[in-house]
Design a binder for this molecule. Structure first.
Ligand code: ZN
Ligand code: ZN
Length: 281
């Protein structure tokens, strides 16, 4: 797998590469702008070009943009869905300009809306976002922890989106902490085997472009989105070892979104790389 982590862009897009390289990453995830604003800044094309060049010399194989946390494609408020579509299209354009492989997005919450009606509206918005997408970019839907009326909390629902939209550039990202929160018991070899088999029968593994590798301390099925350090939560070393050893997941991209500072990043990257080296050797 291409292992990496989410890196802050305070030093510019290309500033993320040296940090990622120092930690032994083969993949990087970034925010394209302020993840808590609807405002779209002017695209930093020279910065994106430097980012692309720096990556190729640093051996960073895969890159992703994580969209703004404000995106809610399931909302019944047309102002929110229009703003969300604008942000999504902007990130797809940034990805095209920067040679970035994946634009990873949350789907949002249905709120008080009828779920079937909300589902149909999300399908239309995804189709609109995918119109004119650059050929080398994939739009990747992330599974949620499934709290309340959150969209995308089950593999069955994500599979229904994949079939309804039916676009070759629509992919899926499975966040391990969200999966555990949604009730998927991925802390053992058997549990991971069942989870991967379910992913194949719902979204299909071909569509699973990315993982977010995060441990979590919450209890199974608690529907809370809390990330924790790799191997130090309830998914634990056994869960990540089983994911690392699964032959069907080879070649996928896995991004850590673990908490803390640089020392934590160093420790978490070292943990996941050790797990993979152990699983292979
Ligand atoms: Zn996310
Ligand atoms: Zn999360």
């Amino acid at each position: 797998m291409h292992l990496g982590l989410h890196v802050g862009t305070s030093g510019g897009y290309d500033g993320t590469v040296a940090y990622a390289q120092k930690l032994g990453c083969a993949a990087i995830q970034i925010f394209s702008g302020n993840p808590r604003s609807y405002r779209v800044g002017k695209m930093d094309v020279p910065g994106l070009e430097r980012f692309r060049d720096a990556r190729s010399s640093a051996g960073i194989a895969k890159t992703a943009i994580h969209t703004s946390y404000l995106i809610n494609l399931a909302s019944e408020d047309p102002k929110i869905t229009a703003g969300s579509l604008g942000l999504l299209r902007n990130d797809l354009a940034v990805a095209a300009a920067g040679g970035i492989d994946f634009v990873n997005t949350h789907l949002g919450s249905y709120g008080k809306r009828d779920r079937a009606e909300g589902f149909a509206a999300v399908v239309l918005l995804l189709e609109a976002a995918l119109e004119g997408i650059a050929p080398d970019v994939s739009l990747v839907l992330e599974n949620s922890a499934g709290a309340g009326q959150l969209c995308g909390g089950t593999l069955e629902e994500l599979g229904a989106f994949v079939r309804a939209v039916d676009h070759p550039q629509l992919g899926i990202c499975l966040d391990t902490a969200h999966s555990w929160a949604a009730g998927y018991e991925i802390n053992s070899r058997d549990g991971v085997e069942r989870f991967v088999a379910l992913a194949e029968s719902t979204v299909t593994l071909e569509r699973v472009k990315m993982f977010h590798f995060n441990d979590t301390q919450i209890s199974l099925g608690a529907h809370k989105d809390r990330h924790w350090h790799i191997g130090e939560g309830n998914i634990g070393f056994d869960g990540f070892r089983a994911l690392a050893a699964h032959p069907e997941l080879r070649g996928k991209t896995a991004i850590l979104e673990t908490p803390g500072d640089e020392a934590d990043d160093v420790r978490n990257m070292a943990s996941i790389r050790m797990i993979f080296e152990g699983a292979v050797g």
